[in-house]
Write a protein that binds this ligand. Structure first.
Ligand SMILES: [Zn+2]
Length: 570
């Protein structure tokens, strides 16, 4: 057993050098058998997961330990996102992050609460000097929970480079089980290029299913060479297992080789924070929207830099100038060095044009990596240099619908087109009295659902920015938020040690809220996913055995204000 551990250690040491010494001497963040529900690099709907999620088996309140000595550099509390999160800077130049906590350690909780009362605000984001909270390795810093945007109790654990705040692959501790399972390649897809205009036609031209059962260092069994076009790049449906086959994770490292020569390489070892939302430029975005499959492209768009792409000869585009048989090799590695190889014999098809049908389109623009303004009547669309990953064919249209406020919908591209960064919309306001201008929002119509993207009024125009293509129109929000008392009844005693209130808004969303007991501001903690506010009775509301006054004020993003008052006995 000891020999195995030593061999494993040496193996890791050889692969990753001196730094692993450091990582192997850290304290686990949880004092439990660590079970992982999401790994670094996993693909979420609009971002990569850039930490590790440790399951807490449905439980909350498990102690969270600092992985190393250091100091608390940041404390963040928010209704969504990370909920309650703590950042610790270590001497090694690494920051560890612990998110979705139920609570902080006693001294940190007191500190946070004082700040919240001082600011009369629940959400805080404080950067701290090294002297405020010094932390010892293994010290309890908080308790696990389900706060913020979390779908169940777990610990989100993250490592960052302190200086650059770049996120790092954190699966590097000696306290994890050994991963001996190799990654799996399910499909190899061949692409010529992308044409997103028809939402029904998927762009892959050839799908090669790979033998799922033969994993380690296996070769696909094709006696005949696959026929391919002269120019193509590939996409992979591949994943990794960690300790067992119960969950699939994203792979760590991929290589594409043509006749032994490296064409493309991708390694999810590090992602700057600004790159973590570039999912739509790394996967076949249209296929994901239509079939829910995540195909990871082994291709680099011209307007994309992504740290995990380590090599991209001709952007990953493979060109074959002869009719000979070539070997296309795909290698997938996990972090522990397990790998799967797929060797495909390929040859250019003699049938010209056998692979692509070139559709012709009614109207489109090609927006490259520079600014472009498109006018549609008095509406202006502003595409910035960073809006697109690559030159993009775009259909822009106006649809008349007299039931709508402005009588029209602006249709911009299609929701299956990947967008790298925002574009601007400038829509003139018509048919609205100036007194109602402040209530206008730009909405995105998705089937029957209308989603507000806000917007700012400038003269007679509303200006908004968005990262999604689709259909847009204007809407009025004159309806205030709704407040419901969940466990308070008029003039009755409170049965629990807390007060809970539900707050919701129909369109523009909640901007701010405040709760008062007997005209004193009290800390209502906001949980966005449940739309609830919770005040836990504390020294700010001492028992008086009398009727007390509770007031809640909520304002939406269009200045619609709601106030509700109730008396209770406490
Ligand atoms: Zn997470």
């Amino acid at each position: 057993m000891r020999l195995v551990i030593i061999l494993f250690f040496i193996n890791i040491f050889l692969l990753y050098g001196q730094t692993i010494h450091y990582y192997n001497h850290l304290n686990p963040p949880l004092n439990e058998t660590l079970s992982i529900s999401s790994n670094y690099g996993d693909i979420r709907s609009s971002s990569f997961h850039f930490g590790i999620d440790y399951t807490t088996k449905g439980r909350r309140g498990l102690p969270i330990f600092a992985i190393d000595s250091g100091y608390v550099s940041r404390i963040k509390v928010e209704a969504g996102g990370y909920g309650r999160a703590i950042y610790i800077n270590h001497n090694s130049g690494i920051t560890s992050v612990y998110a979705h906590l139920d609570s902080f350690s006693f001294s940190i909780t007191q500190f946070v609460k004082n700040k919240q009362y001082e600011n009369q605000k629940f959400s805080i984001d404080i950067l701290l000097e090294p002297t405020v909270f010094k932390i010892k390795k293994g010290e309890i810093i908080g308790y696990s929970g389900n706060s913020g945007q979390s779908t169940g109790p777990h610990l989100h654990f993250e490592l960052r480079n302190t200086k650059s705040q770049s996120t790092l692959y954190p699966f590097i501790f000696s306290f994890h089980q050994k991963d001996t399972l190799p990654p799996v390649i399910e499909k190899v897809l061949l692409y010529h290029s992308f044409s997103y205009l028809s939402k029904d036609t998927l762009p892959a031209i050839k799908i090669i299913p790979f033998n799922k059962n033969k994993t380690t260092n296996s070769t696909s069994q094709n006696p005949k060479a696959w026929e391919v076009p002269e120019k193509f790049f590939i996409g992979l449906q591949a994943f990794d297992y960690l300790f067992d086959k119960s969950r699939k994770f994203n792979f760590y490292h991929s290589k594409v080789l043509l006749d032994q020569e490296l064409i493309f390489e991708m390694k999810f070892d590090e992602m700057p924070f600004t790159e973590t939302n570039l999912v739509s430029g790394i996967i076949d975005f249209q296929r994901r929207n239509l079939t829910s499959e995540n195909i990871i492209l082994q291709y680099q768009y011209s307007n994309l830099s992504f740290t995990p792409i380590k090599k991209a000869i001709h952007s990953g585009m493979i060109t074959l100038n002869d009719t000979l048989t070539h070997t296309l090799t795909i290698e997938i590695y996990d972090f522990s060095g397990n790998f799967t190889t797929c060797n495909l014999q390929i040859r250019v098809s003699k049938k010209k044009g056998a692979f692509f049908n070139n559709n012709s389109y009614k109207e489109y623009i090609v927006a490259a990596g520079k600014q472009k303004i498109v006018k549609l009547g008095n509406t202006r669309l502003i595409f910035y240099p960073n809006t697109f990953y690559d030159n993009t064919k775009l259909f822009i249209n106006k649809i008349y619908d007299l039931k709508l406020l402005t009588g029209e919908i602006i249709e911009i591209g299609h929701e299956n087109i990947p967008v790298k960064s925002v574009f601007g919309l400038e829509i003139p306001i018509t048919n609205v009295k100036p007194s109602l201008y402040s209530k206008i929002v730009v909405t995105r119509i998705n089937g029957k659902v209308k989603e507000s993207i806000g917007g700012e009024i400038k003269d007679n125009t509303i200006v908004a920015k968005t990262r999604k293509f689709g259909r847009y129109t204007l809407e009025l929000d004159t309806i205030p938020p709704i407040i419901e008392f969940l466990n308070v009844k008029e003039n009755e005693p409170i049965k629990q040690n807390f007060i809970t209130v539900k707050i919701t808004d129909n369109l523009s969303g909640i901007k701010s809220y405040n709760g008062y007991i007997d005209d004193n501001w009290v800390l209502f903690e906001y949980d966005l996913k449940n739309s609830t506010l919770v005040y836990t009775f504390d020294e700010k509301c001492i028992v008086k055995n009398s009727i007390r006054k509770l007031q809640i004020f909520v304002e939406d993003n269009r200045g619609n204000l709601e106030r509700k008052r109730i008396n209770f006995f406490y």
